[in-house]
Design a binder for this molecule. Structure first.
Ligand SMILES: Nc1ncnc2c1ncn2[C@@H]1O[C@H](COP(=O)(O)OP(=O)(O)O)[C@@H](O)[C@H]1O
Ligand SMILES: [Mg+2]
Length: 587
């Protein structure tokens, strides 16, 4: 439905203007391209006219020296046209690619600032399609759409003008099939547009489906869904094929129709011309003229055939532009209006009656209050889904509290600039995400201000320097997609270093020890002890052994704190913590 509306008949001029506004930095090249397009149109009737002149004057009454001269002139003009064409094609392609590079960067930068909640509600595949395919289509506005249409239309006007100026009767005769051509073009244009839209919908579906299933491959396999999912994929794939074939069908009908019509034009032209030459007392036609007009007819039909296609390309580009701009215009970032500069943070953290819901239906954090004194270690335990990770996301403002507030050193965290806040809180997450890049870049996360020295200092503190140096290339070792080349313990250590290079005064470890082998566990525990020292630390852990010495332990359940105290106090309380402890230590 939406797509139908987006591709409405009326071409949205403001959208075209907006796309064109991206050429402003390249105004000279843009104008040059237009100038070249116009020149090409103006020059196009010259060669057919020269051919006519040559035939009628130097061939019908032989004149070899002039014939040679005119051949040279024609050759020079041909060279000129080729040269102009070369620059025109190159420049329009260059413009298109440059503009989409700029739009794409703009879009991606914009996406990076969206609040996480946006991504919870938008399929990844759709966003990938926007950033990759849709933007690609915008490039066609330049290389195949707008400029070519301008060129084609100008050529049409110039050629028609020249034809009528030279011989209006012959022109009219040769243009008799024109109304049929316009009709055919119109039918074709509409048909092909519909199938193009279908094709693109199916491409988007394919993208989204594939993305989702590769990302969730573990679930597909774990639940033995391979066959069902394969069938669904087959259906989408099949629809994609059908839509494509339908568009091919339109072409396979339309092109021959145009061929036939142009042949009729030429036949009429030749018949009329010959009759005129033979029977007329003062014939306007001549052999040269007939050949000249045949060339003109070709010059008319070729752009006509392409115009339908190009209008579609343009329209597609504009539909894409509309979608991309809609995304660029979507403001869904966490408001970053804080003005209190967090040059130094002591690390007193206070959660004040906070509540939060992801969806607005359930309460993942339910009126929770908690105080952590600077430099102390707080441990959070609780069943999966009790809201531990959510609490951390609220502290780093990945998500915003619905009610209540969080204070650091007495200042509402919303009053800090977002980036400064996040730099003061080092987070080691449950799932370590590594980019397909070197170890250094994965630690630095593309922040050029972090020096190699800082990285090595941090990794020595963590105790990872030795293992990294043993990798081929050391810190330049490429970890490949999602860090598949490293063990889970090693990945975890890298995320420790990541958190530590900023030397944050607040440190959060989210189940940092839950998924590693026993060998790495000791390494991680030592690292944990070292990096939490002197920092306000929040440690979320499954293994109670890691948190026994925490200054405070809180037990969470359904977004609430249900128990709170030191290890000994909680054991004495004989509640949930005691039961968890008994279970784990008896094993
Ligand atoms: N992005 C999300 N969108 C909607 N619900 C979520 C999202 N992330 C987590 N939840 C839900 O919030 C609850 C708390 O999750 P979480 O904080 O991750 O728990 P824990 O870290 O204690 O295992 C769970 O019920 C979970 O399903
Ligand atoms: Mg969690």
């Amino acid at each position: 439905m939406k797509q139908q509306r987006a591709s409405g008949r009326i071409m949205d001029i403001s959208l075209v203007k907006r796309v064109l506004s991206y050429t402003h930095p390249y105004a000279i090249r843009f104008r040059t391209t237009i100038l070249l397009t116009v020149l090409l149109a103006l020059i196009s009737p010259v060669r057919p006219w020269l051919i006519q002149y040559t035939i009628d004057h130097f061939i019908m009454t032989p004149d070899v020296s002039n014939l040679l001269l005119f051949c040279v002139i024609m050759f020079v003009i041909l060279l000129l046209e080729t040269l102009l064409q070369y620059y025109q094609t190159y420049l329009s392609g260059w413009l298109g690619q440059t503009v989409i590079r700029d739009i794409r960067s703009r879009l991606f930068k914009h996406l990076l600032n969206f609040r996480l909640a946006y991504f919870d509600n938008t399929p990844i595949g759709t966003l990938v399609t926007r950033v990759v395919n849709d933007i690609e289509t915008i490039a066609d506005i330049f290389s195949e759409g707008l400029l070519s249409i301008l060129g084609d239309l100008m050529k049409l006007v110039v050629v028609l003008g020249v034809m009528f100026y030279i011989d209006w009767k012959l022109s009219i005769v040769s243009l008799i099939p024109l109304p049929f051509l316009i009709l055919a073009t119109w039918v074709f244009k509409n048909g092909i547009r519909k199938t193009f839209l279908q094709v693109r919908n199916e491409v988007a579906n394919l993208n989204a489906f594939t993305q989702e299933h590769i990302t969730g491959m573990n679930i597909v396999q774990a639940f033995n869904r391979e066959n069902t999912e394969m069938n669904r994929f087959r259906q989408i794939n099949q629809r994609h094929r059908k839509a494509h074939i339908r568009s091919v069908w339109y072409y396979s009908i339309f092109f021959p129709v145009v061929e036939i019509l142009s042949a009729i034009s030429i036949a009429l032209l030749v018949l009329w011309g010959t009759r005129d030459m033979i029977y007329s007392l003062s014939p306007t036609a001549s052999p040269g003229r007939i050949i000249e007009f045949i060339l003109y007819v070709y010059m008319l039909y070729r752009p006509m055939r392409q115009l339908a296609d190009r209008f579609n390309t343009l329209q597609m580009g504009i539909v894409s532009a509309e979608r991309v701009f809609r995304l660029i215009d979507t403001v869904d970032s966490i408001p970053d209006t804080g003005h209190v500069h967090a040059t130094y943070i002591k690390g007193n953290i206070q959660f004040e009656n906070i509540s939060f819901s992801y969806t607005g239906k359930t309460r993942e954090i339910d009126n929770l209050s908690l105080y952590i004194e600077q430099g102390k270690k707080l441990a959070i335990v609780g069943a999966t889904g009790s809201g531990k990770t959510t609490l951390i996301s609220l502290l780093t403002r990945m998500y915003e509290c619905n009610e209540g507030r969080i204070l650091i050193d007495g200042t509402d965290i919303r009053d800090f600039p977002l980036q400064e806040l996040q730099q003061h809180i080092g987070v080691v997450l449950q799932d370590v995400f590594l980019f397909s890049d070197t170890i250094s870049n994965n630690i630095r996360l593309f922040n050029p201000e972090i020096t190699q020295k800082q990285i090595e200092r941090a990794s020595r503190i963590v105790g990872a320097h030795d293992f990294i140096m043993q990798l081929p290339g050391g810190y330049d070792y490429n970890v490949r997609e999602r860090g598949v080349m490293l063990s889970s313990g090693q990945r975890q250590l890298i995320s420790f270093i990541r958190a530590l290079v900023y030397n944050p005064n607040i440190l959060v470890l989210d189940e940092a020890t839950s998924s590693i082998d026993t060998e790495s566990e000791q390494l991680i525990q030592q690292a944990t002890a070292r990096i939490t020292e002197g920092r306000t630390s929040i440690i979320i852990a499954h293994r109670l052994s890691t948190i026994q010495h925490a200054d405070t332990i809180v037990v969470m359940e359904k977004g609430k704190i249900v128990e709170q105290g030191t290890h000994d106090e909680l054991i004495r309380l004989n509640g949930i913590y005691k039961r968890m402890s008994d279970l784990q230590f008896s094993r």
